[in-house]
Design a protein around this ligand. Structure first.
Ligand SMILES: C[S@@+](CC[C@H](N)C(=O)[O-])C[C@H]1O[C@@H](n2cnc3c(N)ncnc32)[C@H](O)[C@@H]1O
Length: 206
């Protein structure tokens, strides 16, 4: 029997979507289903950074994966013109996987130049630690989807989770650097639930 995967995310649905958001989910989302791409963002929340990537990498296909449908609906609203629900030109390179990224990875043969994971759920209680997405097992899986010079870029303001990820990396063949970098503020970064001074970043390569 196949091993049951641990669920790494919380709820999939929040407050009721607006009529426009529901239309976008029903009609536009199916047309944005990804097959292959160049840059992947896992757990994009409301999608601020996916939009940033799309604008700044116009030649690349940007795939965002997120199972929380209200976040998906926020991104769909932000990339479309409310007059006619069509995607703005600068966002035409965005594709959306509205579910667990691990299901997408099983069906794509992409090799990504970048895989971004910003503010992964820290699951801070000891009994929930097994829900953390960035286990050695998952990092090993991700490493197979990197192009030759491809990078996994991780950011978190939860420093204890950061240290835990560093421990996980020891059980992989990935090499880690800790860059001094800043990126645009995502929704979770502005919440700063961990109460730390700033996010810490990690860049992983094969
Ligand atoms: C704390 S939020 C951060 C959202 C966003 N990156 C930000 O910085 O605002 C973590 C997100 O990861 C998503 N997530 C967790 N497990 C996931 C998985 N297996 N596949 C895709 N997304 C996942 C959750 O649904 C949640 O929206």
């Amino acid at each position: 029997m196949e091993k049951q995967e641990i669920r790494t995310f919380g709820r999939r649905h929040g407050k009721k979507l607006s009529a426009r958001q529901q239309t976008l989910v029903d009609e536009l989302l199916p047309t944005l289903k990804p097959t292959t791409g160049d840059i992947l963002e896992i757990g994009f929340g409301a999608g601020e950074h996916v939009r940033f990537l799309a604008k700044n990498n116009p030649q690349s296909i940007i795939i965002g994966a997120e199972p929380f449908m209200n976040g998906v609906a926020s991104l769909l609203s932000a990339i479309t013109d409310e007059k006619n629900n069509t995607v703005f030109d600068e966002y035409k390179n965005i594709r959306i996987w509205a579910d667990d990224v691990r299901d997408f990875l099983r069906e794509t043969d992409s090799k990504f130049n970048q895989i971004w994971i910003l503010h992964p759920d820290p699951w801070p209680k000891a009994r929930h630690e097994k829900r953390r997405l960035l286990s050695a097992e998952f990092l090993n899986t991700l490493s197979k989807y990197l192009s030759t010079d491809g990078e996994i870029i991780i950011g978190t303001d939860h420093w204890e989770y950061f240290d835990w990820i560093l421990e996980q990396i020891k059980s992989t063949d990935l090499t880690a650097t800790i860059p001094d970098m800043e990126i645009i503020e995502t929704r979770y970064q502005s919440k700063n639930k961990a109460g730390t001074d700033a996010p810490k970043y990690l860049i992983l390569k094969n």
